[in-house]
Design a protein around this ligand. Sequence first.
Ligand code: SF4
Length: 505
Amino acid sequence: MTAAPRAALPVVPQDGLGCHAGAETLLAAARDAGKSPVLDRYAADYPKGPHDRPQSMCPAFGSLRVGLRMRRTATVLSGSACCVYGLTFTSHFYGARRTVGYVPFDSESLVTGKLFEDIRDAVHALADPALYDAIVVTNLCVPTASGVPLQILPREIDGVRIVGIDVPGFGVPTHAEAKDVLAGAMLAYARGEAEQGPVAAPRVARAERPTVTLLGEMFPADPVGIGMLLEPLGLAAGPVVPTREWRELYSALDCVGAAAIHPFYVASIRELHAAGRPVVGSAPVGHDGTAAWLEAIGAMAGVPSARVAEAQNRFLPAIRGALAAKPVRGRVTLSGYEGSELLVARLLVESGADVRYVGTACPRTPWSEPDREWLAARGIHVQYRASLEQDLAAMEEWAPDLAIGTTPVVQAAKERRIPALYFTNLISARPLMGPAGAGSLAQVVNAAMGNRARFDAMEAFFGGVGRGEAAGVWQDVPRDRPEFREHYQRHLAKLARQRKAEEMV
Ligand code: SF4
């Protein structure tokens, strides 16, 4: 192995920056360090709004989880130790049961370029073709800002593919979009391989019918349900992207077209388009959604309209029946960061719920446009790139019987005695598509709405105990001490004045 000459990299302050502050500093440093092309691409793929820095988890968790779920794939992080601690903790909390590789650095190894050499050595040490098809190396905020050039890592070592990606919090707004960063990079790599010659066949025999690739992680029964919907059209469900192993990437590209079930897979869609595959948006949710989706898929795949009508006649009455059998009564506000928020809202509306607000952390793309139009036609406000503040304001404004949202929204709702459900764990972890999805939300939603009396009883019992700074376990009744707050405010103001004076010297 020949050592590449070390490139001196810009010094990036490591403490107190990142997702808490200093995004502009890191962004400017990353541009100075030659990362402009990738940052420009992210800016185009993942346009920012009010939600322009992580309000929830670190975005890199999305791509980390995609890599950790793939067979024969090793994962290496390059970033500050505190970020890597948080990311590995969260991935193990979610049951990764895999080792996450880490290449540590300090200021010296960062600015002298030694970090890149360390990463390259780590990749060489890991690249065992008996164990791995691919190694994913991820630059977090500080190495991205310092321009650590993962793109010049070897493309492959002994047949093990090396995929280097930058996933900085100041360039990728949500963990959902970070999944697309890795999925898109892998599809691009696999497309290049397929263009060079024959590639590995899938482990499971391919369907005889032409397949439709599905974009977006969903409840495991949903791809099966989608397969049943596609069958009368003479089609079959293809792999789900992000895939669970490398060779599925080739099958994902080898489709009649793709369905962007989750609408934020912009880089993946670019690869499918480059492979000449059309993509349709929305998903088969509820009666109207399934009817329109079957039509769109039929048009994409050149299925005769009589056959589409036959499929619609087969499934739509069952969906209508399931929705009617399990109605939802009550007002709902809904928000989340999974990308399926608009689909869930459609299902709730068709179940009879009075939905007033749908917030999604994801951006507006053409792939959710049919859902936005359908909801807007019913007077429902759709907020793309919704901030926590917007989600909370909607809850305040509409005083719903149920707030579905992210953890802080659920917490705020419960403090106000509003029944609430966590979107990620309790809503998006259910079948949503076709006949199986119709009515699947009613049980959990109705049970939650029925809990209001319990919140009232708890409020009556605990009312006024332990709010704000008086929360927690106390030996005595906590006393308000405004003088402490004033003292601290004065202290902070003094520090700020000192800092300013030092800057002017
Ligand atoms: S890598 Fe993630 S946790 Fe670390 S500073 Fe960036 S956004 Fe924050």
